[in-house]
Design a protein around this ligand. Sequence first.
Ligand code: ATP
Length: 302
Amino acid sequence: MEEKRYDHIRVRAHGKINLGLDVVRKREDGYHEVRMIMQQVGLYDGIEILRMGRTSDGERKITIETNLRYLPVNENNLAYKAADLLMEEFGIKDQIHIKIRKLIPVAAGMAGGSSDCAAVMQGINRFYRLGLKKRDLMERGVKLGADVPYCVMGGTALAEGIGEILTPVRSIPPVYIVLAKPGINVSTKMVYGALKADEIEHHPDIDGLIGEIEAGNLKGMVSKMGNVLADVTEGLYPIIRQIKEEMIRMGAAGAMMSGSGPTVFGLFETEEKAREAYAALKTDSRCRQVFITDGGMAHERY
Ligand code: ATP
């Protein structure tokens, strides 16, 4: 009976948005030192991990399937890397199959890949009862990506360093979140490359933003939102600013580009306004993917 129960496990991999994103400086090693306010969203990729049994050659084997044909299903998938890391460390010689039902827009500033990575680590940990604490998973996750520790932690957090130094922040007031990704592809590398870290004129007030969140003040919070990468990406793709303005026009308390973009999020105080904006953007040919969600909970089973 016990064996059967653990034949497969399901985990949710939630996306994130950035309520604040500041680049403090470019380090000598080329990495950018950031201060970001990360906020989990309810939108998630569904991850299922199936144990296919022992392999005949006594080596671990990981196979992947996803609903998006253009995503890698080999060792380049972050879900693969996550499983491989833990299976190697703990000497697990099984064959496992990972199914990824991808909903989070890809290469869109929502940390979808990092979140799949974190969710697979959590799934393997539970499935094989490895007994790793969140902290242990975060330590291992940073080897696979700077955003992975945050994705393990979830919720609202200040991320510093290259994104891996985390301090939890009080949950934001309840909001409805509309996400709209225009039909353009933006490379994170290109955006950081185009940013002149020592010439940034307007740094967002990240400490002020934290203060407003801690005070539970939504209006104060949106007034302090800011993203230095938006200046780069919006300059190249005016459509991002247009979608942002459209969200404000439709009643968003605040709207901004997430991460390196191009996804734009709008925060709405009422479900009615959020639904209206969602419906309008759904029929807007400039938006390729549109979602309505909230600041959902981390990695529960579903
Ligand atoms: P971030 O917000 O951290 O910059 P992102 O939203 O820009 O992340 P992702 O969607 O996480 O970008 O992934 C970007 C690239 O990573 C894709 O081009 C894809 O080929 C690769 N990748 C590897 N594994 C995955 C995965 N499980 N899901 C999505 N992308 C993946």
